[in-house]
Design a binder for this molecule. Structure first.
Ligand code: CA
Length: 201
């Protein structure tokens, strides 16, 4: 190479300058575009909060607040509170098979709510008749509760279920009823409770 003209030298210098800038200041616009946003990409908490919808990883603990470690200015928007519904559940762990149903109670002390119950009866095999070992689904129950009202949820056994339960209990088999009760309020908050009830003769 005999000589390099002035324009080429100038262009090379400019290019070098850009590369050095990106290497030294990765926080600049050019550097940021090439990497996924992390908390260190933001100057403060509020900025990270604004970018949270596009970068869910900024909220590692899932509480709705991005990058708690960053300095303020901070986001003034409170994270949406976790919806809760307070419920008082009631129900005996051992219930009589004679009634042909299992009964639970539900009360919402703070607001109106809706209770839904579903479940099944697990009847074990009796004697050699393996076909009788099965789950019997209970008919679902749904009730609306006024605030403070205690409501009974009665899950009735079908005729078939009653017969199978009676047969099993006669031979001292254990019959269990599994029930799930879910209570929801007007704002969609839900709370569930599961019961395993032993049936006695
Ligand atoms: Ca967080």
């Amino acid at each position: 190479m005999k000589y390099v003209d002035f324009k080429t030298v100038q262009a090379m210098w400019a290019l070098t300058l850009v590369i050095v800038t990106v290497l030294l200041f990765p926080g600049t616009a050019i550097g940021k575009a090439s990497t996924a946003a992390t908390c260190s990409s933001f100057p403060n908490q509020a900025a990270a909060q604004d970018a949270l919808p596009q970068n869910p990883k900024l909220d590692g603990d899932g509480d709705g607040i991005a990058c708690e470690s960053l300095p303020c200015p901070c986001s003034t928007a409170d994270p949406a509170p976790a919806p809760v519904v307070s419920v008082v559940f009631g129900g005996k762990k051992v219930q009589s098979a004679k009634k042909g149903s299992v009964v639970f109670t539900v009360k919402c002390p703070d607001e109106d709510c809706t209770a839904r119950a579903s479940g099944n009866v697990n009847v074990p095999k009796v004697g050699k008749r393996a076909s009788l070992a099965r789950k019997f689904k209970l008919k679902r129950v749904k009730k609306s509760l006024a605030v403070g009202q205690t409501v009974k949820l009665k899950l009735k056994f079908s005729k078939k279920t009653r017969a199978a339960v009676r047969r099993a209990l006669k031979t001292r088999k254990k019959v269990k009823v599994k029930v799930k009760i879910t209570v929801t309020n007007a704002s969609g908050a839900a709370k569930s409770k599961r019961y395993t009830v032993k049936l006695k003769r």
